[in-house]
Design a protein around this ligand. Structure first.
Ligand SMILES: C[S@@+](CC[C@H](N)C(=O)[O-])C[C@H]1O[C@@H](n2cnc3c(N)ncnc32)[C@H](O)[C@@H]1O
Length: 218
């Protein structure tokens, strides 16, 4: 993927905004609903199934910050350390127009996007946030994570994100019994995940998608 972008805000079917890149037709969320998709995949099949009280999350592809906002809303009783990677941060003019503040009734979007890279931002006394302006391929961390939100663009538009090397890296960044969750359940992706040692489950997907993938390190 090249960083030549012609970004446009669109309204998805549940009323929440998403972003589309008109040059290559890449969309950040499902057209059936950005919030419904993110809630189903990364919350209901992500943070909510992790029974720990102290959780370290790595998000690959921060984008709008929607997964982070929903995690923040759904983790009031947990201690969360949220790390997010984004090599192509969205421009201010787009962020200002996104309607998550209004529909989710929460005002942390600016804080997420204005926070400095490589530094801790305290979003709540039990919720720390770190972001990195780098590609996942170049990311290095000594931290091990309980959950990886693997939210890259699809294999069709960004095949390099679905290579075995990225899954090997994800596997090594997870703690024992940690897991990766992603919207993608393509046969080739499943095969590569298994090849590096993950055990897979495939819960039903959000509206418009048959199944998703949970890849466990155990
Ligand atoms: C499907 S969108 C993610 C949507 C995002 N989670 C959200 O809720 O808005 C994919 C994201 O991955 C980012 N990305 C592209 N190449 C990447 C790379 N090599 N490493 C990490 N992230 C990448 C894109 O810029 C984009 O923000």
């Amino acid at each position: 993927m090249k960083n030549n972008r012609n970004l446009k805000l669109i309204k998805t079917i549940d009323g929440s905004h998403s972003i589309i890149n008109n040059i290559n037709d890449e969309i950040y969320h499902s057209r059936f609903g950005a919030v419904q998709e993110s809630q189903h995949i990364f919350i209901n099949n992500g943070i909510k199934i992790c029974k720990k009280n102290d959780i370290k999350i790595l998000e690959i592809g921060l984008g709008t910050g929607l997964n982070l906002i929903l995690t923040f809303i759904n983790s009031k009783k947990k201690n969360v350390e949220y790390h997010a990677i984004e090599p192509y941060p969205l421009p201010k003019e787009i962020i200002e127009k996104i309607n998550y503040k209004k529909i989710l009734n929460i005002d942390i979007l600016d804080k997420i996007h204005l926070s400095s890279f490589n530094k801790k931002s305290v979003l709540r006394s039990n919720f720390n946030f770190y972001k990195y302006e780098t590609k996942f391929q170049d990311f290095f961390s000594m931290t091990k994570f309980d959950i990886i939100y693997y939210d890259a663009f699809s294999p069709r538009t960004q095949p390099e994100m679905w290579m075995t090397s990225n899954f090997k890296k994800s596997f090594s960044l997870l703690k024992e019994n940690g897991f990766l969750v992603t919207f993608c359940a393509k046969g080739e992706v499943k095969r590569k995940l298994k090849e590096v040692g993950f055990n897979l489950k495939h819960p039903p997907g959000p509206f418009g998608k048959r199944e998703i993938t949970l890849a466990y390190k155990y």
